[in-house]
Structures are given as C-alpha cells and as structure tokens.
Design a protein around this ligand. Structure first.
Ligand code: FES
Length: 934
C-alpha cells in the first residue's frame, strides 16, 4: 500500500491485523507513542485527513489513500492564519515536516509553541498525542477541554499546564541574556523543543531493524512449581529464535528493587524461576524475529505446573497455617516465613501517655494498591557493542544500580556492562526496579544478538510493581488543650510475593509521619508481609501516603473531639527548629533543620482558604465542607545516596555537564543546568547536559527519593564551582594577575585591563571540574494541603470546589517547574484517593488490566490547585534548594477525607473514596471511629 505521512509518500506492507501506530513507528515516526494500545491514553494520536484519531485503533490498511499527519509533520500542516503572528502559510516560513532522525524543525506549529511557552509537559510522553488532539480543536471545543481531551491522558502534569497551553497562557521565561541569576527563574526545559516536536527519543525510539523481539509467558497460578516446559512447539513457530526458561537463567537471586546498599532488599528473585509466587510472574521468554512470532511462540509453550496453596491477605498470611511464600530459610526475616520485614520501636512510655490523655482517637485506615501508570511502559533494548560489552538501553530511574546488578547477576565486570537511558516516560518510583533489563540481558547473552522487549499495559498491571496496600492502626491521645500525650502506629503492609522495598517502605512510612509531631511518647509496630500477589514496590511517597492518611485523619478527628481548629491543632503540636525529630528511636541521625517552612505552609493554606468566597452547594442535596492535612519528608533517603558530576569547558567556550541522574519528567535536567550556570556565571543554554549513562560519570545512585536536585544538584554545583575556579586560575596565569581579580563572564574571563576568551583557555588546556555528593546530612521539606468539597448525600459523588497546597521547597529553583510537580502530585494523589484501585480476585489475579478499568484521572477529573511556596533558604541543599516531587502526594488523601468528614459527618477510613463507600458512610450517619474519652 501507499502510505502518505507528513506529505511524504512511502510504500508500506502492513501485516494482517497491524494497527497504524506500529506501522508508523516501523517507518521511523517515533513521535507516535504507545501508552496502552487500547484507545485509552491518546499517546498515539495522529491526524487522518485532518481529524485526530488514536492510531492504535486504526487498522493500518485503512490509512491507504489518506493524508496522515504525525507530530513530526504538524508544523508543516498549518493553514493560513494559524501560524505564529498569523504569518504561517503553506510553503512559507516553514522548515517543512521533520523527518525521522532529524531534530526539531526550525519552526513549530502554534500549538507546539504554546506547549513550549506554558511548559505543558513533564516527561513528555503524552505530549505528541496531546498536541495532535489540541491542534485540531476549534475555538468552541477549546472552551470545553474536559470533553475535548477525554481521549488523552497525562500522568505527570495534573493538566493545568496543558490547559494553559491550549488557552495560550505562557509561563516560560525566555530571557537568557545572562544578566540575572538563572536560579529562581521559570527557565524552559532544555528538551522542550524536542518533546513538543516528537523528536525526543525515548527508550524504544531507535531503529529496531535487525533486532530480535521478546515476549514473555506469565504464570496463570498464584503459587505453583513449574514441573516441565515443553519448548518444541514454540521453537517450531516460524521466526522463533530461542526459548528461555529457568534452566537458562542464573541460579543467583537478586532483588528487582534497587538501592545504594543492595542489602536493603532481600535477594529472593530469579530472572526466571521454577517456582511461581503470583499470577503474572514470568515463566518463560520467547525471542523471535518479530513480536507476532514471539507471541505465537509463547502461546505454543506447554507448561506443566504443580499448583500449591496460596494466601492473598497479609493478616491471613501471618497465621501459623498459612502457606509460606518463600520456603527457603533466610529469605524471610522474623518468626513467620511470610514476614518480610518488621519495625518496632518506642520512645517514652506510650501506655503512660495514653493514661494521661483526656481524649483518645483510635482507628484503622486502609490504603489500596495503586499503579504508577507512567505512560511509557517498562522497556529495554540490549546488544553487545564493538568491544563486546553488554549494553542495555532502558527506561529506568537507576541506570548505575541496574548496571551493577546485571554485572553481579551475570558474573561480568561492571566495566563490561553499560546501561544508558533515552528520555524516560515517567517513573514515580516504578522504574526504581529492574523489571526488564535482566531478562533482556539474558536473551542477548543467550542469542548473541540485539534484543528488544516492550511490556504491554496489561503487563504493567499484572507483572510490574504497585504501591503497598496498607492497613494502619493509629491511636493518638491528647490533653484537653490539644497537647499530644502519645501516638501509636500498628502497620501491616502487603509487600506481595517478593521483598523488594518491603523493609524500606515501612521504615520510611513510619518515620516522618510521626517525627513531625512533638510528642514525648511514640510507638511503632510495623510488619511487611508476603502474600501470593503481584509484588509491591517503590511508589511516590514511599509508604508515607498510606500512613499520613491514617495519622492526619486521626489528628482531624482528635481536633474535632477537642473543639480545636485543625490548623491550631497542628501549630500546637508540630516540631519546630530546635526540637528533636524522632519517631521510634532516640539514636543520633543525620536529619537536621536545613530550613523550616511548615509554619508558613500552614499559614498560607489557612489564609488561602479563608480568602475564598463561601462554598455554595450546587443544590440542597450537596453538602459542603473544608479539610486540611500536612506532611513532612526527609529530603534524601537514608543510608547514602551518591552522585558524581563533572563539567568541562568545551573548545567552543561552552560547557558540557555530565551527571548520572535520569530525566523522567522530574525536571532535574533544567535545574541542574540552572545550578551549574549560576556557578559559572553563564546561561543554561550554554550548558550541554549528558546524563543517565553509566559511561558518563563515576556513579549516581539514581533518580529516586526526590534526590535529583539535592544530591545530583549538589554534585553539579561542586563540579561547576571547581571548574569556575580552574578557569579563573587559568585566565589569571595567562594574564599574569591574581585569580581573585578575575571575573568569569559568558564568553570570556574579565581580567584587569582586558579579557581572556573561554574558547582560548579551552584550547590551551583541558579544564574540567568534578563534584561529588553523598546525600548526608539531610534536611526536611513540608507540604500542607487544603480542600473545599461538595458531597452529594444521595449519590456519594464528590466535587472538589477548591484545592490549595503550600510547599516548603527551600529556595525554589524553577517555580514553574516546581509548581508542575506539585500539581502533578496532587492529581496523582486524587486518583489514588478517589478512583484508582488495583483489584485482585479470589485466585490472586489482578482484574483491573486497562487504563480504562483502572481510571487514571483525565482532564475532567482534576481541579486546579492553587500552589503557594514558603519563603525559606535551605542550609543543606544546593543554593538553598530542597526536594519537592514525591511529597505533594502525601497529604492529599487525608485532606480530602477531612473535608468530606466536615461536609457529611462521615469519617472515611478506606481509600479510594468511591461514591458507594461515601454513600454507605453517610447513610450510616458517619462511619469509622471517633475520638473517645478514655
Ligand atoms: Fe504527560 Fe508525562 S507529561 S504523561
């Protein structure tokens, strides 16, 4: 057939059943993304004869004779009057459509320009599809974006920046003349033009010609021994090259969870195992010339299982008769084999504290599993380079830790393995796991050929990780005046079949949540429990969102019982500089008040809510209410987080910054450029950044725990400062003056009576600065969330009338970007609080396997959040900055629950707050526990 794409005519031969999306990508139009292949996410949107369509739903052969426009060709499809300043006409002033392999076109479509100006993206994986849909909207449709964008999902932004882009509202500060300090300004993401033009290259956006494709057979059983795998029929499928089973996999065990200290996670997982412990576990892999052959090979595999008993509830899993998930001694810690990790600790005398209390609240709060739902699914490509090294191109937050794990697993020297990222399409902690790279490496080593594996959206739900489901018992006592006397937590966390992040999540989840309260008596008993279900893992907030839901709901109930305003209750009891921050231990630690803005956050949210006009119920059946909650987070994970960086002066008199941390929409690249530019007295556009490549720098623990700015940023600052000193010294030596009198400028170093060009210095000697940060000491950051809601007392529907969050991020390095992180965090948390629920049936199988069933919030579901910042300057973080990407999630669910309680009298103790759950609670006259006089 003849394919006409972006005005270019090509011959194409679609396979039977092939969709337009995959055909376009095979022809190099990588701006056409895959988020679901089910028509739910819109990442694959293209124009067909000018109409936006989800190309995953269009049979490829139906595109014959039609004009196809992809994001790469959008700039060439302007109609008269639509262009910038109205000057765009066909054939005039346009660079023409971008061809595969080329960079961004010289001239962008107005909608691409608008997304750049508003920075209407973070990871940018949804952006090409979003822009294609937005570019086709008429003025009327633009006034109803809730309807117009219902086919396009964004997991990162919270949609406000997208709405602004479509409305033509810009936020980016384009002034790059170097006159002002780049820090603190809304400077644009360096990859912006590539993102909006579809030329940013994500993991699989490279030619796959000549590459083998892998598909995976997954277990239908929650617990079974694999007795036999008959490969014969699979190997007979035309195109199948290899079948890999546990017989081919290393006997060595590892953890998919990656940390600086590998001992943080139990080594309990094999690449392919002869025991399966959850429905969806990998059983065998088929490597073939194409995906279809690999799929057919999987279907032809014959596996005999000996099914074993399974347990799905963590409390049942701790019963003596429960079947052990891991029978090997040493895998599970503690007295019960299903106990993966536990935390116990007490300060003061909790029993005495409760006996002193005038009022006690005791309740149990249940948080469900939620999926990261980053739009780019897990994927990796592997090959051997010219030197024979194993190279893995992966969608990961932790390239260095993955490199180390692969080297260990396959008995290779670390230098014999390279892990490199393209742009990463979202992570939220989900890509702090090694979920694809190990199997791709095995396939490369087994076949000697390049291999690609892209997981499906269904595999994300059944085989990737999720947030830990948690049951948090909380008991808090206070005196009549509100002073806390005792806090006790009892936590049961369902870590699923494997122990990745089991201990880390309960340690972190039980720490800052009570550390933020000044209370002399605290106790924690927490248990991470194995079940025969899909493993949980790192998720935004790392356990805090579940425990903060419990404690902040309880605090609200206690304040109500005492007749104390919820803001006043917090002000009375929160830690202040000088107070010890302790949860369960008085042992010395490395957390300090680098800055403190919790007081400001409380004030700003309270003032913002007070300044809003009174909430007006839509009708008498709607009840209105207001609620708030707060959270503290340590700015860096404990036990070490290392980053190295280097900055070199290039022969052109510009700079090359090399860092290990990955960019997955967190905006680290932008801020690292700002930090380095500030130290070098230059503009960020003069700094080229190479990152997320184990060949780039010495080591970087990874982009998790919100460490991009505070650790990699610190290393970048030190490297840039060292280079600035080296440049001044070189200029001083050349001019015969003291270094102290030399001033570093954009193109030259000013010396008394003249200037020395940077390019000349670079040609004379190699000038490089190196920096390292080890992630200690650590500071604390704060978030306070407020909501006003209306709740329909008959249907249980919740409408958010107002949303405001105040954040203490230290010196805000890029307010536009930081606001986007907070808006995105609130949106993701609203999904978890209201809709999202990974359901697991009685046989242990995940039943929510599509984005449609799961309900990732769309534009219509997310209210605008007013974002406010505390004015602080951190003494620990680089140039006064703190972390701010995970923590905005944490106070959202309790603030919403507290607002619903205020409106209805019903205390919701389980997320998500589905209408039926709210309805039942309201009909019961308020459910859950109330504060009680002892
Ligand atoms: Fe929309 Fe990441 S920017 S999914």
């Amino acid at each position: 057939m003849i394919l006409t794409v972006n005005g270019e005519v090509r011959e194409a031969a679609p396979r039977p059943g092939q969709c337009l999306r995959t055909l376009l990508r095979e022809h190099g139009w990588y701006g056409v993304k895959k988020g679901c292949d089910a028509g739910d996410c819109g990442a694959c949107t293209v124009h067909l004869d000018g109409e936006p369509v989800h190309s995953c739903l269009v049979p490829a052969f139906r595109a014959e004779g039609r004009a196809i426009t992809t994001i790469e060709g959008l700039a060439g499809s302007c109609r008269p009057g639509e262009g910038l300043a109205g000057s765009c006409r066909p054939g005039e002033g346009l660079a023409g459509p971008c061809r595969p392999g080329e960079g961004p076109p010289a001239v962008l479509h107005p909608m691409q320009e608008a997304f750049l100006a508003a920075q209407g993206f973070q990871c940018g994986f949804c952006t090409p599809g979003m822009i294609m849909t937005a570019a086709a909207l008429d003025q009327g449709q633009r006034r109803d974006l809730a309807t117009a964008l219902k086919g396009n999902l964004c997991r990162c932004t919270g949609y406000r920046a997208i709405g602004d882009a479509i409305a033509g509202i810009g936020h980016v500060d384009r002034d790059t003349d170097g006159a002002a300090d780049p820090c603190g300004r809304n400077l644009p993401a360096p990859a912006g033009a590539a993102v909006v033009s579809g030329t940013a290259r994500y993991t699989l956006d490279v030619p796959l010609e000549g590459m083998l494709h892998m598909k995976v057979l997954r277990s239908p059983h929650a617990h079974a021994r694999v007795l036999r795998i008959d490969r014969a029929a699979a190997l007979a499928v035309p195109g199948v090259v290899a079948v890999l089973t546990h017989d081919d996999a290393p006997a060595k065990r590892f953890s998919t969870g990656r940390h600086q200290d590998p001992l943080d996670d139990a080594s309990d997982t094999r690449v392919l195992d002869d025991v399966v412990r959850f429905v969806g576990q990998r059983v065998a892999a088929v490597v073939a010339l194409g995906e279809a052959a690999a799929e057919a090979g999987c279907a032809a595999l014959v596996v005999d299982y000996a099914v074993r008993p399974a347990v799905f509830d963590p409390r049942a899993a701790l019963m003596p008769e429960a079947p052990p998930v891991h029978a090997r001694p040493g895998v599970a810690a503690g007295p019960h084999p299903n106990l993966a990790a536990e935390v116990h600790g007490e300060i003061g005398d909790v029993a005495a504290g409760f006996s002193q209390a005038d009022l006690i609240h005791e309740g149990t709060y249940v948080s469900q599993r939620v999926q990261h739902a980053h739009l780019e699914t897990h994927a990796a490509i592997g090959w051997r380079d010219a030197a024979g090294r194993l190279v893995i191109r992966s969608s990961t937050q932790v390239p260095f830790l993955t490199r180390d794990a692969l080297a260990d697993l396959f008995d290779l020297a670390p230098e014999a393995v390279r892990v490199v990222c393209g742009r990463v399409g979202g992570g939220f902690g989900g890509k702090q796991e090694m979920l694809t790279e190990d199997l791709v490496a095995l396939a490369v080593l087994a076949t000697g050929r390049p291999v690609a594996w892209e997981t499906t959206r269904e595999e994300q739900f059944v085989g990737a990780t999720s947030r830990h489901a948690m049951r948090v018992g909380v008991k808090i006592g206070a005196l009549r005046d509100g002073t806390l006397t005792a806090i006790a937590l009892h936590v049961v966390s369902d870590t699923g079949a494997y122990g990745n992040h089991a201990g880390g999540v309960i340690h972190h989840g039980c720490n800052e949540v009570i550390g933020v309260y000044r209370c002399p008596n605290k106790r924690v008993d927490a248990y991470a429990v194995h079940t025969h279900t899909v493993p949980a893992g790192a998720f935004r907030g790392y356990g805090l969102s579940q425990t903060v839901f419990a404690v902040e709901s309880a605090m609200d109930e206690l304040a109500r019982g005492l007749g104390i305003d919820p803001f006043a209750m917090r002000r009375l009891n929160v830690v202040r500089p000088g107070d010890a921050m302790v949860s369960t231990s008085l042992a010395p630690h490395d957390v300090a008040y680098g800055s403190y803005g919790l007081d400001q956050c409380l004030d700003r949210v309270e003032e913002a809510l007070a300044a809003m006009p009174p909430a007006v119920p839509p009708s008498p059946d709607w009840l209105t209410g207001e609620g708030m909650a707060m959270a503290m987070i340590d700015t860096i994970p404990p036990r070490g987080h290392v980053a190295e960086a280097s900055v070199a002066l290039t022969p052109e008199g510009r700079y090359a910054l090399s860092v290990g941390t990955a960019e997955f929409g967190n905006g680290t690249t932008t801020v690292l450029g700002q930090i380095a530019a500030s130290a070098l007295g230059t503009t960020p556009d003069r700094i080229a950044i190479r990152q997320a490549d184990t060949d780039a720098v010495g080591h970087d623990t990874g982009a998790y725990g919100s460490t991009g700015i505070v650790v990699a940023g610190q290393a970048s600052l030190r490297a840039a400062t060292a280079l600035a000193e080296a440049i001044r010294a070189a200029a001083a030596a050349r001019a015969g003056v003291a270094a102290e009198v030399c001033r570093l400028g954009i193109d030259a170093v000013a010396v008394p009576g003249g200037a020395v060009a940077l390019a000349d210095l670079a040609r004379e000697s190699a000038l490089v600065g190196h920096g390292r940060a080890d992630g200690t000491p650590r500071s604390v950051a704060f978030n306070v969330q407020g909501f006003r809601v209306a709740v329909h007392r008959l249907s249980g529907e919740v409408r958010i009338l107002d949303s405001v969050q105040a954040a203490d991020a230290g010196r805000v390095m890029n307010p536009m970007q930081c606001r986007g992180q907070i808006e995105g965090g609130v949106a993701q948390a609203l999904g978890a609080a209201l809709y999202e629920d990974m359901r697991i049936d009685d046989a242990g199988a995940v039943t929510t396997r599509t984005l449609r069933d799961y309900h990732v919030p769309s534009f219509a579901d997310v209210p605008r959040t007013t974002v406010l910042f505390a004015d602080t300057h951190d003494g620990i973080g680089p140039l006064g900055a703190k972390s701010m990407s995970e923590s905005p999630f944490n106070p959202v669910a309790p603030a919403l629950a507290n607002a619903i309680r205020d409106a209805t009298g019903a205390r919701l103790t389980q997320t998500p707050f589905a209408p039926d759950r709210i309805f039942r609670a309201v009909m019961a006259g308020g459910s859950g526990s109330r504060a009680q006089r002892p």
